[in-house]
Design a protein around this ligand. Structure first.
Ligand code: CMC
Length: 433
């Protein structure tokens, strides 16, 4: 801990206080202002948490200016190049890369827990035939908490917390694939323990009785990379939701359901779906300039989906990796001339050389390309954010575990700037005008 401080002085009264400055391994130092209210009688105001570090964490680090993303200290580029998604899961959960033996045992535990309790299958039937699969994911993952109620009471044991993490990572692809099968009216496909994590997911999504799924290695590799890139992203909206819910010591799966709900919005994980809808709306390469104009003159309050990021202001390192993977896949599938992809590639080219986007540091983010990859893999549009949720479940549960292991865990409780009515007297209904 550093002993440097900053002095905060209230210019109205001259009263001062010293706030300790804490330096992390990387990133800007933080000002510990926890005693501000006690000493000065004031709160800080930081809507949307633009400048507030909400917790200590040792899992993921992002440098938005330099375009750096580290999982447990390892650069995302090295992990995407060399790791499998499950190896990254092990790393995020345990803090270290696994030995061969540890990896085998981790893989075996994941395989062992891929099946769902049969009772859980009846939850799908409660949804309308056209329900969004993200709605199903929120519901079914929340319902998992009813099947593992021991986790609520044993939440303080590391073993139980790790058990809950393994079950979640194992079951997410099954829950996701089942929601798709339910929507298209096909029978659920049970998980297969002889397949890799990604191959098993593709099989559960696309095989039908007597018609096995034809595996394509480039497709499996592209999906594996996409999962690695989305595995964690420090204190984003959905992860912060999981942490806030978890701080009340709620059941881990209900906290994860909260994270999934937060991910759904188009400003977060819903962007990958929104990108494709936008490309469909553009419809033709020649419409791009007209389409871009409305963002620039702000005549349309919507945004160019898949562009911009709260943290990355130079480039999104995930986008750089997935862009390559996306181009490889499109070439391999001979899909570069597909109208949608043509529009996407041209939009990328024009926006990257346009002053409006350059000045505001708006670059394609990971979801610009992940939408295209998923589309090329034949994953239906309304399943895109579900894929993001499958990938991110390890990040959510790792962050939840880290928080639960804190010695002085306190319930999260933000303050507010109240601008409502001052106190007034109740008026009976018959006297109101
Ligand atoms: N298209 C057009 N203009 C934009 C965009 C965009 N996608 N993003 C930001 N701007 C403009 C914005 O209008 C503002 O302009 P001005 O200074 O003239 O008012 C300026 O850029 C700064 O915007 P901001 O609202 O301060 O940026 P933010 O950091 O609050 O927003 C964001 C970040 C990701 C929500 C936003 O860029 C956005 O809505 N992007 C599109 C949605 C998207 O792709 N989301 C996925 C993010 S990556 C996946 C994830 O990590 O969840």
């Amino acid at each position: 801990m550093s002993r440097e401080t900053v002095t905060i002085t209230d210019n109205r009264t001259g009263k001062s206080m010293e706030c300790p400055i804490i330096k992390g391994t990387h990133g800007p130092p933080v000002i510990n202002c926890q005693s501000l209210y006690k000493e000065m009688g004031m709160f800080t105001f930081d809507p949307a948490y633009v400048t507030t570090a909400s917790c200590e964490s040792r899992i993921t680090f992002i440098d938005g200016e330099k375009g750096i993303l580290l999982y447990r200290g390892y650069p995302i580029e090295q992990l995407a190049e060399n790791s499998s998604y499950l190896e990254v899961c092990y790393l995020l959960l345990n803090g270290e890369l696994p030995t061969e033996e540890q990896m085998k045992s981790f893989q075996a535990s994941i395989c062992q827990h891929t099946m769902l309790h049969e009772g859980l299958l009846s939850f799908y039937k409660g949804f309308r035939h056209d329900a969004h699969p993200m709605a199903m994911l929120v519901g079914v993952v929340g319902a998992l908490s009813g099947y593992y109620s021991d986790l609520k009471t044993d939440i303080k044991s590391h073993e139980y917390r790790m058990g809950s993490a393994i079950r979640l990572i194992a079951k997410m692809p099954t829950i996701a694939a089942n929601s798709y099968k339910y929507l298209i009216g096909q029978p659920y496909v049970y998980p297969q323990t002889n397949l890799s994590y990604v191959a098993n997911f593709m099989n559960m999504m696309f095989s039908v009785p007597r018609e096995p799924y034809k595996f394509n290695e480039t497709a499996i590799k592209a999906l594996e990379i996409m999962l690695i890139l989305h595995a964690d992203h420090e204190q984003n909206a959905s992860t912060s939701t999981v942490r806030l819910a978890g701080s009340s010591q709620a059941h881990p799966y209900s906290c994860i359901a909260g994270g999934i709900a937060t991910l759904w919005g188009p400003a977060h994980g819903g962007a990958n779906e929104a990108v494709i809808r936008m490309l469909q709306e553009i419809g033709n390469v020649k419409n791009i300039p007209k389409y871009l104009k409305k963002f620039k003159d702000k005549s349309d309050p919507t945004r160019l989906m898949g562009f911009g990021h709260r943290v990355y202001k130079n480039y999104d390192p995930r986008a750089k990796i997935i862009r390559k993977s996306c181009h490889n896949l499109l070439h391999e599938l001979d899909a570069t001339k597909e109208p949608l992809f043509e529009i996407a590639l041209e939009l990328e080219r024009i926006a990257l050389s346009d002053d409006y986007f350059i000045k505001r540091k708006l670059y394609p983010n990971v979801d610009f390309y992940s939408g295209m990859i998923l589309s090329a893999l034949g994953i239906p549009l309304n399943m895109f954010t579900v894929m993001f949720a499958v990938a991110r479940s390890v990040g959510w549960i790792s962050q939840w575990m880290e928080m639960m292991e804190e010695e002085d865990l306190r319930i999260g409780r933000p303050r507010q700037l109240y601008l409502g009515a001052a106190q007034r007297d109740y008026v009976p209904m018959d006297q109101r005008t």
